[in-house]
Write a protein that binds this ligand. Structure first.
Ligand SMILES: [Cu+2]
Length: 827
């Protein structure tokens, strides 16, 4: 049922079609339902069957080996969209007779068990596709995607979001959780930004329900993942390694996709299919409250739904009991979904409103005082017997305001400093995937993304010439248009070797209109900027080559090379003022420095070699080990040159002299290199009816980033970090304990005066219980109330302001101990 959007996200290479043995294998990251091979056998054709029909049959058992009667089995024919369903008999058996030849998605649904989805089962003429499944008891409504392994999956991590994920996440970026290769930059309470292998923010491609969205703010207070709430997010996919060109473009760090629940229509035996979900939670540290509600009603061909959520919180306290100011936030969202299907066609229209009335940014000089966005997203999908056509057109408008928030009372100007941005995203994508032969799949597509931005700071009465009498025009009609084309071919040469080759071209046009400052004191910069030729066209070429080798049942080895390119964003090119106050408003780094754009900035080009080795005992899925080493050389990495350093404060009302040194930096291209490795592993300790399932798992990452001309560290490189978790599940009850250890961050960026942060270890506990439609979750984060500095948290600018700008600015401290309780219901 989830496959429509999932297929888009993963761009599934269905390599199993040509073989009789479609070895069904569970996708990474989603728990451990055991799945027996889906085997296609020849069966005697019944005379009454047409020659173009076969059967799907199997037996469903639980983990103790007992057959499970009453399991609902659905078979969806991908070409026609026609779904048949059946219930297993007293022996756990099911048979779909006389099903037309083609590709099917088979889903097994039973109360109290994980839902299993097999995406691509082939039915041949007079053949029988055998689907024997072993269901796993589920504490929550967990969906396990099962598929033939696809190339490019080595470094991919995809999981269905469940209540346990939501319990540990304050925002949607945190749903990426323990995915190897991912770290998060702290950015307000709602706007955390993923960093993949050291390449973060706009260096990674962030896709929300298939839409490419832009941060319409010089401090990236509204990055793409803020436009889908954790309660609406149903699936998260991270590609931190070599990304297929069909999923990349205008990015160098990899791809993160977050998708909401795709529509589910009524089956043949239902008149109406209805789903209701509601949830509420409380988190003690920072007084978080929130809740979500969704309703979905569908007939066989038409469905309509609503989902909405609301959260609010005040400031949190760190492990020393110190209140970390400007960490409050509130947000609310509403989405209406309309979907139509028939004869292999699916059309979905989403409309969303999102409103964030306030959000503090402790690392920035400004806070968010309003962000309002509207979006429309129209998605069309058609399944053919040999392929899939996927098309989308979308629009989003955002209205964003910054000013001095309620905690920054020591700001030297009580009248504040209003700044307003208005961003418009408009885009489309058309993707076509087709089986060229039994062993070869072609994917090709065309995408357009257009972003228009205005960034205007109104005059402040009585503050001329520093902040009046005119409005400060920071970006005037900034335009960034990306047009991309790609083609890639996946080939299965023999049972051991699979390859993927792709080429992609993205042309990025940027431009911005003439600007002016608050007054004549800004005129020389403005005149110089207005005299420049500001229109740029960057023609970028990306290429990916990947190979996978599966010599035996224990190991899979995937390795390859990618060339990826990202063109500058509008602020990197067009932030024009070298005035210290004005340039202090630019910069999404949380470091307190002042940034100036560079019209001559070139695109950055990353050359990456990487490999993933996976070892597992495949038949039993008891253990798995995965290792991903990587090395990236980034030509023309968009870093900075120092224009000036200062220890005095650029505020207009008083000649403050600080004790901290800040830099005014101009964006500039310099070559850089990042290398590192990810490790993940899991081992089932026990699995039986009496003791349930016990599992130990671990994720670790290490990397080193270096700018090559100065041989200095790159900004915000996550130090060595290791997570270990022990989890137990029994009869609807699940509990676990985890530890996260982070090394001292000593490889820092001297150009930004980035500070060393000490190492630390955090312990956490979680428990959940599910009964029928209800689930309760409880967690304790930072159990020992450890006081620690966030390696990717930037600085605490609020404390620096509160000291009268007269202290050494310090790194941001993380949250102290916090209790969480949540309750959710699904019908
Ligand atoms: Cu902002």
């Amino acid at each position: 049922m989830r496959c429509n959007r999932l297929l888009t996200v993963l761009a599934v290479v269905c390599l199993c079609r040509q073989t009789n043995l479609a070895r069904a294998q569970q996708s990474s990251g989603a728990g451990a339902a055991e799945v027996a091979p889906a085997l296609i056998q020849s069966v005697p054709c019944a005379r009454e069957n047409s020659a173009a029909a076969g059967r799907i049959a199997g037996v469903i058992k639980d983990q103790s080996g007992a057959v499970v009667p009453g399991v609902k089995i659905e078979a969806l024919r991908l070409a026609s969209g026609i779904k048949r369903s059946i219930v297993t008999d007293s022996q756990g058996r099911f048979v779909f007779n006389a099903v037309p030849v083609g590709r099917y998605q088979v889903t097994a649904i039973a109360t109290g068990f994980e839902i299993i989805i097999l995406h691509d089962i082939s039915v041949t003429a007079c053949g029988e596709a055998v689907v024997n499944l072993i269901l796993k008891i589920a504490p929550a409504r967990i969906v396990v995607e099962v598929n033939a392994p696809e190339i490019g999956a080595g470094a991919a991590n995809s999981h269905m979001v469940n209540e346990n994920d939501r319990a540990r996440s304050r925002n949607t970026a945190e749903l990426l959780g323990d995915a190897p290769g991912v770290s998060l930059r702290e950015n307000g309470q709602l706007a955390s930004v993923p960093i993949l292998h050291g390449l973060g923010d706009e260096r990674a491609k962030l896709v929300v329900d298939g839409m490419t969205l832009s941060s319409g703010c010089p401090n990236h207070m509204n990055p793409p993942l803020t436009y889908i709430s954790p309660s609406q997010a149903a699936q998260v996919t991270v590609l931190a390694g070599i990304t297929p060109v069909s999923l990349g473009g205008d990015s160098i760090g990899g791809t993160v996709s977050v998708d909401s629940q795709p529509p589910v229509f009524a089956g043949p035996e239902e008149r109406l299919h209805a789903e209701t979900a509601s949830s509420g939670f409380y988190r003690s540290n920072g007084e978080y409250f929130g809740g979500g509600f969704s309703e979905w009603v569908a007939g066989r061909n038409l469905g309509i739904g609503y989902s909405g959520s609301w959260t609010t919180n005040s400031d949190y306290s760190d492990g020393s009991g110190h209140k970390v100011t400007s960490t409050y936030a509130q947000t609310t969202d509403h989405t209406v979904i309309l979907a139509v299907q028939g004869a292999g066609n699916l059309l979905v229209l989403d409309g969303s409103l999102r409103h964030t009335p306030y959000e503090g940014f402790v690392s920035a000089q400004m806070d968010l005082v309003r962000n309002y966005a509207e979006s429309l997203n129209l998605h069309y999908r058609r399944n053919f017997d040999r392929g899939v056509l996927d098309a989308r057109v979308y629009w989003q408008g955002s209205w964003h305001s910054m000013n001095i928030g309620r905690d920054k009372s020591t700001f030297p100007m009580p009248m504040g400093m209003p700044m307003n941005t208005h961003g418009r995203d408009l885009g489309y994508s058309v993707k076509y995937e087709v089986s060229l032969s039994a062993r070869r799949t072609l994917r090709t597509g065309n995408e357009l993304h257009r972003f228009v931005l205005d960034d205007i700071w109104p005059a402040v009465a009585g503050m001329a010439p520093m902040m009046g009498p005119n409005a400060f025009v920071n970006i005037n009609d900034g335009r960034r248009i990306q047009l991309g084309w790609f083609a890639e071919v996946a080939s299965k040469w023999n049972p051991q070797w699979t390859t993927l080759f792709g080429l992609r071209n993205d042309t990025v046009w940027t431009n911005a209109g003439p600007v002016e400052g608050y007054s004549d004191m800004y005129a020389s910069d403005a005149d110089a900027f207005n005299a420049l030729n500001r229109a740029h066209a960057d023609v970028n070429l990306d290429a990916t080559a990947l190979a996978r080798y599966e010599p035996d049942s224990w190991g899979t080895y995937e390795f390859g090379y990618a060339r990826k390119t990202r063109a500058p964003n509008l602020y990197e090119r067009y932030a024009w003022s070298t005035n210290r106050m004005a340039s202090g408003m630019i910069g999404w780094f949380g470091d307190g420095n002042y940034y100036v754009g560079n019209v001559a900035l070139k695109p950055e080009i990353a050359h990456t070699v990487s490999g993933t080795a996976t070892w597992q005992d495949r038949p039993r899925k008891k253990w798995e080990l995965k290792l991903t080493p990587y090395m990236t050389y980034i030509q023309s990495y968009m870093d900075v040159d120092t224009l000036a350093t200062t220890t005095s404060i650029p505020m207009p009302t008083a000649p403050y002299n600080g004790m901290s040194t800040f830099a005014q930096l101009r964006f500039a291209n310099h070559n850089a290199r990042i290398y590192g490795g990810d490790f993940s592993g899991s081992n089932a300790l026990w699995s039986n009816a009496r003791f349930g399932q016990g599992k130990i798992s671990s994720v670790a990452g290490w990397l080193h980033g270096e700018r090559l001309d100065t041989q200095t560290g790159l900004y915000q490189m996550m130090p060595l970090n290791v997570r270990v978790a022990f989890d137990e599940e029994l009869k609807g009850f699940a509990a676990g304990v985890g530890v996260q250890a982070v090394d001292r961050k000593s490889n820092v960026d001297p150009h930004r005066f980035e500070q060393v942060t000490p190492g630390y270890a955090l312990f956490n506990l979680h428990a959940s219980y599910q009964r029928n439609h209800l689930q309760a979750n409880a967690t304790v984060d930072n159990l020992l109330n450890k006081n620690y500095e966030l390696p990717l948290g930037g600085v605490n600018f609020d404390d620096f302001m509160a000291s009268g700008w007269m202290s050494q600015i310090k790194p941001l401290t993380g949250r102290g101990r916090s209790f969480y309780v949540g309750l959710s219901a699904r019908f």
